[in-house]
Design a protein around this ligand. Structure first.
Ligand SMILES: Nc1ncnc2c1ncn2[C@@H]1O[C@H](COP(=O)(O)OP(=O)(O)OP(=O)(O)O)[C@@H](O)[C@H]1O
Length: 273
């Protein structure tokens, strides 16, 4: 790994998602919190793009901006070349919290519901699509169960099935496995990668775990501490779940740690420039 960005598509292909010079702020009377400053990156179709940085560096805010919940105070976000001006069914978020599923709907209804209300499919087709994605995440047997009968890992699988059922242009994941125990987290990473192998969706994934970033991502944006600025962008496609203990993997993780936390005088090290 040499720290150079290698976009997963040729430079002739326009990016699916383009975040260009984005500054994000929370403005309250008498107080403005700058979450990110002048952040730029491009995501191509089928990328597994990671936003990595310490707590408070603005990762979640960036994800919310791509989802259309937060508007940039500077810069712009383009999806398929069009400015993102608000939420849309082409971007779906999976959160960390286990309570993101309405508890009064069965698992099957939970997965089918957004597809149906978005007007994409009628009731029966939406249920069929729900069954398809529940099978993909190994939860067909629990289709008629209610979320409160499921473990945390199972709830996250339902949330992933629900997001994939929307067949979004970009799947947005905000520390989706952070609240799970270590073994379940690893299993979920494995399953997510298997789902990606199958469907080759485009993923924008937030984490503060260097190891998770290396395993899940093919490209990683490193953000400086608060406010988040691009420190570097690196290529990580060579690592997977089997790499974990290797010396090379540990060296890559150490290098990322240094890039994230060592004081860098002057500008960010992004190779976008
Ligand atoms: N609703 C809000 N109002 C004001 N400030 C906020 C709000 N949400 C986040 N912030 C601030 O914006 C900055 C970035 O927060 P954000 O949650 O995006 O960071 P993060 O990198 O995702 O952190 P974590 O890993 O802890 O979730 C922080 O200083 C945070 O306190």
């Amino acid at each position: 790994m040499d720290g150079k960005s290698t976009a997963s598509a040729s430079s002739k292909t326009p990016p699916l998602l383009s975040v260009a010079g984005v500054t994000l702020e929370y403005v309250a009377p008498g107080r403005t919190v700058r979450a990110t400053q002048n952040v730029s990156f491009d995501v191509w179709e089928a990328d597994r793009f990671i936003l990595l940085g310490a707590s408070g560096c603005g990762k979640s805010t960036l994800l919310k901006a791509v989802a259309g919940f937060v508007a940039p105070s500077e810069g712009e976000i383009l999806l398929d070349g069009r400015p993102v001006n608000g939420p849309g069914p082409d971007r779906v978020v999976v959160f960390q919290e286990f309570d993101q599923l309405p508890p009064w709907k069965t698992v099957r209804e939970n997965v089918a519901f957004p597809v149906r209300v978005s007007g994409r499919l009628g009731r029966n087709e939406a249920l069929e699509r729900a069954d398809h994605y529940l099978e993909k995440v190994g939860l067909s047997r629990f289709a008629e169960a209610y979320p409160n009968a499921l473990s945390g890992g199972m709830k996250q699988r339902v949330a992933i099935a629900r997001a994939l059922a929307m067949e979004p242009r970009v799947l947005l994941m905000d520390e989706p496995f952070a609240a799970l125990d270590a073994l379940t987290r690893r299993k979920m990473q494995e399953e997510l990668l298997a789902l990606w192998e199958d469907a080759r969706f485009t993923l924008l994934f937030v984490t503060h775990s260097i190891e998770e970033a290396l395993i899940v991502g093919n490209r990683i944006a490193l953000l400086s501490p608060h406010p988040g600025r691009m420190r570097a962008e690196i290529n990580s496609h060579e690592w997977d779940l089997k790499s974990g203990g290797s010396t090379e993997f540990q060296a890559a993780a150490s290098r990322i740690h240094r890039l994230l936390f060592e004081e860098v005088p002057g500008a960010a090290e992004s190779d976008h420039d």
